[in-house]
Design a protein around this ligand. Structure first.
Ligand SMILES: NC(=O)C1=CN([C@@H]2O[C@H](COP(=O)(O)OP(=O)(O)OC[C@H]3O[C@@H](n4cnc5c(N)ncnc54)[C@H](O)[C@@H]3O)[C@@H](O)[C@H]2O)C=CC1
Ligand SMILES: O=C([O-])CC(=O)C(=O)O
Length: 338
């Protein structure tokens, strides 16, 4: 029996993501939680003739507790999206608190669940989640993921558009680092199968993958950011976690993880200079989450080395902000409780 929860289920990502989970044979029970409209979304989805029992919960009447109790996997797309002119870090003020509160719920009601964080800025919300779980004494690094799959999906799509491959799914490109602008590092040299990008197209392709989110934000012109492609990507990652949980082998997807706590993470940390505790790398998934983080950068090109250097600097700041926020809140809460 697998129980999944979507927190932020009534939103632009939450609704199509919940639809994909509802029609997945990997899910037996589906909890939809939001501060608005989740019972409506749940009633709608519940008419679909698939086995997953679907229920909606609001904050009132212990909704978060009811949604999360017994959950095996929690996917979190709660929080505000960008408008044109904003960076993902501009979302921190509001989304940091939302993620912390929801993770406190996870710590209390389903501490052993896989936690998939979509809410931006991922480079900071994941450290917030980790600090919050540590504070509650229930942190398992193997089960906490920042979802960067959309960068991997975009890398396939945009690279295929350059090489002329008609099916982008046939191209796999590791995308490492973080999830915003220049912290996103596509390693085209490690593509499988190998791809040949004309020199005069390389910089534009990298930029398009790094700033793919902006394309959607601008096209939606104030009505939000990527939702449908993100629902596809979020489901793809959730499905990978659940398939590996059931014992399927050789499932590898990049995700943003806490390196000191996962198998292989310390080697990756050393390979990226020893400073950063968080980094997106290809993860081999197993029955208990991360089975192994793999070092994706043993053979990077000079151009990729430069991209990585820029990413390290940006990431360090984003991570620091997330940790500081969670730690300050924890101290303030303890003071208040005295
Ligand atoms: N990791 C990634 O690759 C991507 C991340 N995102 C991020 O995902 C987040 C959600 O984006 P959208 O779905 O487009 O936004 P949206 O505004 O359409 O939906 C967000 C939902 O969260 C709900 N919400 C707000 N506060 C909540 C709380 N305390 N508890 C539960 N639910 C709460 C809202 O009621 C709303 O239904 C944004 O932060 C966005 O930047 C978006 C695209 C890609
Ligand atoms: O660009 C945004 O704000 C949403 C996002 O993370 C993406 O589309 O990659």
């Amino acid at each position: 029996m697998v129980k999944a929860a979507v927190l932020g289920a009534a939103g632009g990502i939450g609704q199509p993501l919940s639809l994909l989970l509802k029609i997945s044979p990997l899910v037996d029970e589906l909890s939809l939680y939001d501060v608005v409209n989740s019972p409506g979304v749940a009633a709608d989805l519940s008419h679909i003739a698939t086995p997953a029992e679907t229920k909606g919960f609001l904050a009132a009447d212990d909704g978060l507790e009811k949604a999360l109790t017994g959950c095996d996997i929690v996917v979190i797309p709660a929080g505000i999206p960008r408008k044109p002119g904003m960076t993902r870090q501009d979302l921190f003020t509001i989304n940091a608190g939302i993620v912390r509160t929801l993770i406190q719920g996870v710590a209390k009601f389903c501490p052993k669940a896989y936690v998939l964080i979509i809410s931006n800025p991922v480079n900071s919300t994941v450290p917030i989640a980790v600090e919050t779980l540590k504070e509650a004494g229930v942190f398992d690094a193997k089960k906490v993921f920042g979802v960067t799959t959309l960068d991997v999906v975009r890398a396939s799509t945009f690279t295929a558009a350059v090489t002329g491959e008609v099916d982008p799914r046939k191209i796999t490109i590791p995308v490492v680092g973080g999830h915003s602008g220049e912290t996103i590092v596509p390693l085209l040299s490690a593509a499988t199968p190998a791809v040949s990008i004309p020199e005069d197209k390389y910089a534009a392709l990298i930029k398009r993958i790094q700033f793919g989110g902006d394309e959607v934000v601008q096209a939606k012109a104030g009505a939000g950011s990527a939702t449908l492609s993100m629902a596809y990507a979020g489901f793809r990652f959730a499905e990978a976690v659940l398939k590996a949980h059931k014992g399927e082998k050789n499932i590898v997807e990049p995700a943003f993880v806490y390196l000191p706590g996962v198998p292989g993470g310390q080697e990756v940390q050393a390979a990226i200079g020893g400073q950063l505790e968080y980094f997106a790398v290809p993860i081999e998934l197993g029955t208990e989450g991360v089975a192994k983080a793999t070092n994706p950068i043993p053979n990077v090109t000079e151009a990729e080395k430069k991209l990585l250097e820029v990413a390290y600097t940006g990431l360090a700041d984003n991570i620091k902000n997330g940790i500081a926020f969670a730690q300050e809140k924890a101290v303030a809460e303890k003071e208040q409780a005295k």
